[in-house]
Design a protein around this ligand. Structure first.
Ligand code: ASP
Length: 309
């Protein structure tokens, strides 16, 4: 059992220590080996129950938490927000107390409300994992991105990373800024002024409104989706203009290092924030990100549940 994380919550990378982050990455790397086996099943979490509670849509994150729990023999119960009693007016606190009374050992939650996972973690005695809270953080995404970069580049220390696009609405960007800078990278945020965070000065990153300048000499280009569902007004003139100025295609990538890698947390809008061909280039590691997502979530469940062996 690794005492660093046993019994704790995973709510953000802003307050998570570097040793804890490295423990998660190193453990995920060992679970990567289980994922390459023909029989992807270990008994590590037999008898443990994991509840995933998703109040927002998800393909990758929910499925990979479920796969992670099942590959380690945990019982995984998935609840979607619309199917829960929250849709009948039950408060989030009562929903959590019910899950605790149903003897869940760990709860994974996604919510449109920034800060709601921290709130929930105060109400229950079991570990809570933030699977994305509003525009705040998405710590397991930050960890899987760090793992993918570390695998491709050997180390994160000293790398220059550009995070491009709708940074203002991106919980992925925030987790990456905190996580990657703690691991020694320099992070640049690149996008139109309206899509850069209003509180950018408190983030350990530089801001760039010119795409070429932002990508100049970087080792990693992380492209973000335009989160239209979180915009209540027009923040850029037209999708075509956004694509012309900030769409990441092969021409824009020429400013980055020749061996720069490209990441995208998904879901991707090909032809908008990223050109149609870039995701299929060998330097684009989106599929690797998805596989590493399962490994990181296995490591998260394993370490937070204080499993042995
Ligand atoms: N899947 C990521 C998230 O849930 C990124 C996105 O939706 O664009 O934050």
């Amino acid at each position: 059992m690794n005492p660093l994380l046993a019994g704790r919550d995973l709510l953000d990378l802003e307050t998570l220590g570097r040793p804890e982050m490295e423990a998660l990455l190193d453990t995920a790397a060992t679970f990567g080996e289980v994922l390459r086996r023909d029989v992807k099943k270990v008994p590590t979490l037999r008898g443990k129950s994991v509840v995933t509670l998703f109040f927002e849509n998800s393909t990758r994150t929910r499925t990979s938490f479920e796969a992670a729990g099942k590959y380690m023999s945990a019982d995984v119960i998935n609840i979607s927000g619309s199917a829960s009693s929250a849709s009948k007016g039950e408060s989030l606190r009562d929903t959590f107390l019910t899950l605790q009374a149903l003897t869940a050992d760990l709860v994974v939650m996604r919510t449109p409300y920034s800060g709601a996972c921290h709130q929930a973690a105060d109400w229950v005695g079991v570990p809570v994992v933030n699977a994305g809270d509003g525009t705040h953080e998405h710590p397991t995404q930050g960890l899987l991105d760090a793992l993918t970069i570390r695998e491709a580049k050997g180390s994160i220390e000293g790398l220059n990373v550009a995070i491009v696009g709708d940074v203002a609405h991106s919980r992925v960007a925030r987790s990456n800024v905190w996580g990657l800078t703690k691991l020694g990278a320099n992070v640049r945020l690149v996008g139109p002024r309206t899509l850069l965070p209003a509180d950018a000065e408190r983030l350990p990153a530089t801001c760039h409104t010119d795409l070429r300048e932002g990508l100049d000499g970087v080792d990693v280009v992380m492209v973000l989706r335009l989160q239209l569902e979180r915009m209540d007004r027009a923040l850029f003139p037209t999708p075509r203009e956004y694509c012309n100025l900030y769409g990441v295609g092969t021409k824009a990538l020429a400013a980055a290092k020749a061996d720069a890698i490209v990441l995208h947390p998904g879901p991707m809008n090909r032809g908008l924030e990223i050109s149609g061909d870039v995701p299929d280039l060998p330097r684009s590691l989106m599929e690797r990100q998805v596989t590493n997502g399962v490994a990181v979530r296995m490591a998260t469940l394993y370490l937070l549940l204080g499993a042995e062996g």
